[in-house]
Design a protein around this ligand. Sequence first.
Ligand code: NAD
Length: 472
Amino acid sequence: MSQTQNGLLASVDYYFDEAARFVKLSPDLLKQVKAVNSVYRFQFPVRQRDGSIQVISAWRVQHSHHRLPVKGGIRYSPLVDEEEVMGLAALMTYKCAVVDVPFGGAKGGVQVDPHALDIDQLERITRRYTAELVKKNFIGPGVDVPAPDYGTGEREMSWIADTYAALNPGHLDAFACVTGKPTTQNGIHGRREATGRGLFFAVREACLQTADMKVLGLAPGLADKRVVVQGLGNVGYHAAKFCREGGAVIVAVAEREGAIYKPSGLDEDAVLAHRKATGSILNFPGATNIPRSLDALELDCDILIPAALENQITSENAPRIRARIILEGANGPTTPDGEAILLERNTLIIPDVYANAGGVTVSYFEWLKNLAHIKFGRLEKRNALASARRMLQAVEWASGTTFTDVQRAELMPELDEATIVNSGLEETMVSAYHELLATRDREPGIRDLRTAAFVNAIEKVGQSYLELGIFP
Ligand code: NAD
């Protein structure tokens, strides 16, 4: 394995080429599936608090137009560059295909440090970025639909929706131009937690595969598995929360300022409260400080969740990583060289291109809700409850028993939006995992889940190009 470049696009292309060896599509068609379709690079000025003008670099990349709209988050980071946005956009195409979300892939980047800006500056930058996208038709419900990514969240999505709606007066579907909005602003219940919840469904399903767990030397099931989480932002926080609630023990958390280790278990809410009060996760009561954040990745644990940045597991630190399962919350946290070392040791890598697809899955549900202009469950909720009630009464009459209120509540769950969204997400993650397993076990050459995921994605995207009738 000679891959040495750590750029994200180079890594994604490398994984594509590895998987393409197992796909029976023509070389021309493979070239088209891999190609980045559009890159919009632009600069715009923003006035600073001291009156000076800062010129900001920004991008929106649409990797694949085989399905429209294209979809992908917007990243605010001082380190973001064109190559990274292109790699992230490509990853989005394959991710959507893996979980059968009918979008092409896209990604946005704004080269700013959100932690160094105040809320007014962030709002000005976000609104101007949106206006630039509108100018070139790089945003819209049927064109390109952004979402949150590293450094952005519900607040920024709300500004984007508002700016787009203001520039498109009377546009009935304007709010479907972006997802990840607050629930009060045409968002959907469950989107905030979706990526972390999806990670939990993914790792829970992985741990249920008895034969795979045997290879790893682990007992089946998530209960008591020791977890290390890098990054306690949207993805890491929710992944930690759902894994802990699912029976796992969060033994360490790493953030920008360092890491903390507590073998008896950490509570993510308590850690965040401590950080809010003291400005750091360090010196958390009962935990040991680890000054260099990256060292936490090498702690003794069963599951490592990198949920911060790319290129965290490389050929340099991979030999010292002891986790038996890597659950990739971040995009591109493992370089190809790092992965090769881990695979040699039979580490199970649940790859980003599948594992963190919960966010885009629920974004898809939000987009559907915005286009339908109705909350999920509104039409059927009462009817579903009435039929469940009739069914319970029939069982009571036939059996001569009477259910308690607690039993009734369990047997007649409320069909509210969050329940519907979460069950749709669970179905998506569980069935996609089994598609990966089926592909991995299809041919002896496919040894790992990342290759399996790329094979599935390339086949699905390739199939949609074939249906267009352009390629032989
Ligand atoms: P976020 O900004 O909410 O959180 C990132 C966290 O990582 C922050 O708390 C930050 O302080 C921390 N961090 C930064 N550098 C670190 C370091 N060196 N060590 C430890 N922690 C560090 O971002 P997010 O939305 O949670 O995204 C995190 C990753 O997940 C990104 O790679 C993103 O592309 C990916 N992702 C996000 C979503 C989503 O729905 N938000 C979906 C799919 C993938």
